[in-house]
Write a protein that binds this ligand. Structure first.
Ligand SMILES: O=c1ccn([C@@H]2O[C@H](COP(=O)(O)OP(=O)(O)O[C@H]3O[C@@H](CO)[C@H](O)[C@H]3O)[C@@H](O)[C@H]2O)c(=O)[nH]1
Ligand SMILES: [Mn+2]
Length: 378
């Protein structure tokens, strides 16, 4: 592990042995140079998509594992078919191979954003803070995140709900090029997001959201098994819907398990719009299917016997087969891939502490919160 003391201006890297940074790339990882101050103390898992013979040069000084398609096939054998080819969905292999408690995943064209004061945003540290502080899915706090410095629960907020629930997901957003779908990019090619909203919110129970994996973190022990990004890209009818699919599965399972999903800070600066015309072709089926997928996910009910993310995910795969198989045969294939993913998860994470565990209770997470606070980096 590369030992480096952070530059004097930076607080010590929080929970650096509890976090893996997962990067999917079909290009290069030169962007890491811009993140060095924030990422260098952490371990990286780089998932190389596309031609495995292409050499990915990683900037000096980073501690990393790099996996290409040959590695994925070698490690998973016949089950490697559940990991997409030629789509950012391949990133979920990094979630599978990690052994850490927290995951932060970021695209290779995302850079350090600045807040309105011009200060560089340490996105990873904000995600960790989001993950180690509770969520409030059952009752909306109009002053947004009550656990932030200078905020609290407002009058009328039930005291019985103020402890909150463990946070499973921290969904960050983007300055400059927002994660728009192809039709929106096509009609608004010059639009750039310059609006910085200083808020973190819990997405209420029962509400779905369009998850983007561009700037995303999650508690791997609480919800990792549900973070499967599906069958996208090469030889598949749809592409670029991997993170939305995963987000819908994650949200219904988090709601069922009493876990929270937050969105808002931190921002990253997204520099490159992918080709909107190519994206339109990849997204087309997804644009039509999602009109049927949303009612499906809104109607999902999971039995109370399902009390781990794995059990929830297997049950969800059955409902995908039964209810979405009528929409297209693709969903039968996807349902099978969901089961294969859980088999991979169980094989790669055999110890009960990481796979069959019950959702962590708040006190376990409070230890991490205490570490953050004691670092004075909250
Ligand atoms: O075939 C591929 C394509 C891309 N990647 C890597 O995935 C991320 C995102 O790629 P890109 O920046 O080109 O795509 P965006 O439209 O900006 O990002 C959104 O679409 C999703 C991509 O499907 C992504 O999750 C969203 O944020 C980069 O790191 C590429 O190198 C890949 O591995 N394989
Ligand atoms: Mn991009």
């Amino acid at each position: 592990m590369f030992e480096s003391s952070p530059p004097p201006s930076l607080p010590p890297p929080v929970l650096k042995d509890e976090v893996d940074i997962v990067i999917p790339t079909i290009r290069n990882v030169d962007f890491l140079e811009k993140w060095r101050a924030f990422f260098e103390p952490y371990h990286l898992i780089i998932v190389q998509d596309g031609d495995p013979s292409k050499i990915i040069k990683v900037p000096q000084g980073f501690d990393y594992e790099l996996y290409n398609r040959n590695d994925i096939n070698r490690i998973l054998g016949s089950k490697a078919s559940c990991i997409s080819i030629k789509d950012s969905a391949c990133r979920c292999f990094g979630f599978l191979i990690s052994k850490k408690k927290y995951i932060f995943t970021i695209d290779d064209d995302c850079f350090v954003a600045k807040d309105p004061t011009g200060k560089e945003i340490n996105a990873l540290q904000q995600h960790i803070k989001n993950l180690v502080t509770p969520s409030t899915p059952y009752f909306f706090n109009t002053l947004y995140d009550p656990y932030r410095e200078g905020a609290d629960f407002v009058r009328g907020y039930p005291f019985s709900l103020r402890e909150g629930v463990p946070t499973a997901v921290s969904h960050g957003i983007w300055l400059n090029i927002a994660d728009y779908d192809a039709p929106t990019h096509l009609v608004k090619p010059l639009e750039r997001n310059k609006r910085y909203v200083d808020a973190v919110m819990t997405i209420p129970k029962g509400a779905l959201f369009p998850m983007s994996a561009m700037n995303l973190a999650f508690n791997r022990q609480l919800i990792g098994p549900a973070m499967y990004f599906g069958l996208m890209g090469e030889a598949q009818p749809a592409g670029r819907y991997s993170s939305m699919w995963a987000g819908w599965c994650v949200k219904v399972i988090s709601d069922h398990l009493g876990l929270g999903v937050k969105t808002g800070l931190p921002y990253i600066y997204h520099s490159k719009a992918s080709n909107a015309f190519l994206n339109l072709k990849k997204e087309l089926k997804g644009i039509f299917w999602q009109e049927e997928l949303i009612p499906f996910f809104q109607s999902v009910s999971l039995p109370k016997e399902c009390n781990t993310p794995q059990q929830c995910y297997i049950e969800l795969s059955k409902q995908v087969r039964d209810k979405l198989g009528k929409v297209d045969d693709y969903f039968i294939k996807l349902s099978d891939a969901m089961v294969t993913w859980i088999q991979c998860w169980e094989e790669m994470n055999p110890s009960p502490s990481s796979s069959q565990s019950q959702p962590l209770s708040l006190p376990t997470l409070e230890n991490d919160a205490a570490i953050i606070l004691s670092n004075g980096s909250a």
